[in-house]
Design a protein around this ligand. Structure first.
Ligand code: PSU
Ligand code: MN
Length: 306
């Protein structure tokens, strides 16, 4: 890493040591903590996810921006700050340099966490769901910067697919155009976050961490730039039914439109309304799928070092 880059990164001792000794590491995002879930479930989730990754023999690196630095790994006090501070900026690629310059606290999205992970040399990242092409995105042009990041940054993102607040078909078309492989982990169908199904297939199905690691190694060894999506469905016992969540999503989308919610506020607004409208059931599902993604991501990170 060049000095120009390293002067902006701060590592916890645990992550520094793991990088130096070639141990498997899994990156985690902070937007899911600051903007994706309410307190105190967010801090509880953030701690548990790190524990799950350690149990699998990998090291967690939760990434966020604070004090003009990209933090690669957060200590307990820093995790608390992301869980409780108000406001915390939501940082995507566009916002990244401004946040460093301002010294404000910024929670990184999938896109910005991929940037941080790649700068640090971390290849695997676990999250909940990715952003994508929004419904009516063909007219609003609301397409998440997560997709353009996946097109260019070499990090594998383990997620439970994309929420049906998005246009999943167009999201997959976008990923295909930009050469991002969508790997179904133990599934032939692309999952829709709360539900295990979406009606859309995946590009390739793989059932073992070593198989995923082999594809990633070959892709990157060949210099095929960009990330990959490892789509890991929510465990059946925690899943919601597609039909059951669809009405709630439609209502949340209508409200966002009525209230003229635009730009980066759209996704947090929809997430919060869905949680309210399902009386917290969606939150339980959300937490369960993040834990499952963390476990699978850690297994893939371990396989990549084997
Ligand atoms: N989808 C979720 N939960 C989340 C997000 C998306 O189910 O917390 C967050 C992620 O950080 C993702 C971001 O990168 O929202 C996408 O925001 P936007 O649509 O504004 O790009
Ligand atoms: Mn958007």
């Amino acid at each position: 890493m060049t000095h120009a880059i390293s002067q902006y990164l701060t590592f916890t001792d645990e992550v520094r040591e793991a990088l130096d000794s070639g141990k498997p590491i899994v990156a985690l995002e902070t937007t899911i903590i600051s903007h994706g879930m309410p307190y105190p479930q967010n801090i509880e989730m953030a701690r548990t996810v790190e524990r799950i990754i350690r149990e699998q023999g990998a090291v967690p690196a939760t990434i966020g921006i604070m004090d003009g630095r990209v933090k690669i790994g957060l200590n307990e006090q820093e995790l608390e700050a992301f869980a409780t501070s108000n406001p915390v900026e939501k940082v995507s690629r566009r916002d990244f340099a401004y946040l460093l310059s301002s010294g404000k606290i910024g929670a990184t999205t999938v896109a910005a966490t991929m940037i941080g992970a790649a700068l640090a040399g971390i290849e695997v990242f676990a999250t909940g769901g990715i952003g994508g092409v929004h419904r009516e995105g063909e007219t609003t042009m609301d397409v998440s910067a997560d997709l353009t990041e996946l097109a260019q940054t070499n990090v594998a993102v383990v997620c439970a697919g994309a929420k049906s607040i998005l246009d999943i078909g167009r999201t997959l078309e976008y990923l295909e155009t930009h050469g991002v492989p969508v790997i179904g982990y133990n599934t032939d169908e692309f999952p829709s976050f709360y539900a295990r199904e979406s009606g859309y297939g995946v590009d390739f199905r793989l059932d073992e961490p070593a198989q995923v690691a082999d594809v990633l190694n070959k892709k990157w060894q060949l210099g095929l730039q960009g990330g990959a999506i490892i789509a890991n469905p929510v465990p059946a016992e925690s899943a919601l039914q597609h039909a059951e969540i669809e009405g709630v999503i439609q209502q949340a989308l209508n409200e966002a439109k009525e209230q003229n919610i635009t730009g980066k506020k759209v996704t947090p607004f929809l997430l919060a309304r869905i949680k309210e409208l399902t009386a917290g059931r969606s939150l339980e599902t959300n937490i369960a799928l993040v834990y499952h993604n963390a476990k699978v991501a850690a297994q893939i990170a371990v396989a990549l070092k084997a």
